[in-house]
Structure formats: C-alpha cells, structure tokens
Design a protein around this ligand. Sequence first.
Ligand code: ATP
Ligand code: MG
Length: 141
Amino acid sequence: RNIQSHNLKTLIEDQLEYFIPLANKKRVEIVCNIENYAYDIDKDDFIRVINNLVSNALKYNKVNGKIYLSLKDNILKVEDTGIGIKKEKLDDIFKRYYRATNEQGGFGLGLNIVNDICKEYNIKIDVSSIYQKSTTFQLKF
Ligand code: ATP
Ligand code: MG
C-alpha cells in the first residue's frame, strides 16, 4: 500500500473517462456533483472502490437510466435508477460470492472488495434500495 493524499475528485473524474462510453452505449446518463476533497488513501484502493460501485450502478441499471455521483461534505454517493435490491437481500450483498440476481454476469466479488477496503480506512459504507427502482451506496470518509 502507498497511502498518500489524493484529490478524490481527480481520481473519480479519471475513472469516468472510462465509464462514459460504456454508459452512452447503454443510454445511461451519469450526473456528477463532485467537490474537491483531499484524502489519505492508496490510489489503487480508491480506484477499486469507485470502479466497483460505478460498474454495478451501470450493470444493474435500466436503459435510459441515470447514475448520480456526488461527493460533498466527506460523503460519496453513487445512486442509480436500476433494478434495485430486495430489502431481505441487502444484508448479504457484501458477502463474498453473493449475487442477488443472475440476470447479469459477475462473480459476487466487487462489493466484498469494496467492503474490505472501506473497513481498512474506517470509511462507513451504507446501502439503501427500493426494489425495481433505485439503489444508493453512501460512503462517509
Ligand atoms: P462482480 O464480482 O463482477 O462485481 P457482481 O456485480 O455480481 O460481480 P458485487 O458487485 O459484489 O458482485 O454485487 C453483489 C450483488 O449485489 C450483485 O450480484 C447484485 O445482485 C447486487 N447489486 C450490487 N450493486 C447493485 C446495484 N447498484 N443495483 C442492484 N443490485 C446490485
Ligand atoms: Mg459488481
């Protein structure tokens, strides 16, 4: 690990370069409201977190859906207008290999990795969802 101060806004925007063409392909709009925020973290760890959350928000979204990405007052939010997660499954999604749906491919690893990284840095992660409507991940730094 190489923990250094990084402007999270810059790291997020760098990753979005890669996601925008994929989002366009699925006709998903990414709406950003990101403030500058300096945080001590290993760059690759933060990139893993953002990539997993945004790739899920895209993968589990609907055509013509939206992703709202915001960073404000030490809180990062990734919200999507996708398929949502049933309430009774919300506690399980951070478990290794757990998948709430098989409609899309995947290994059930992404959120487990995100969860481990958040623990490492004492970042509080919360999820809320309305089934078939929306999902929001919130990270408090
Ligand atoms: P991968 O290892 O490729 O990330 P995955 O996306 O299936 O595979 P996770 O990212 O760990 O695995 O997510 C676990 C499960 O949680 C998913 O299979 C999906 O059912 C559910 N999930 C995660 N993010 C969302 C989301 N934004 N909207 C709806 N369901 C989600
Ligand atoms: Mg995933």
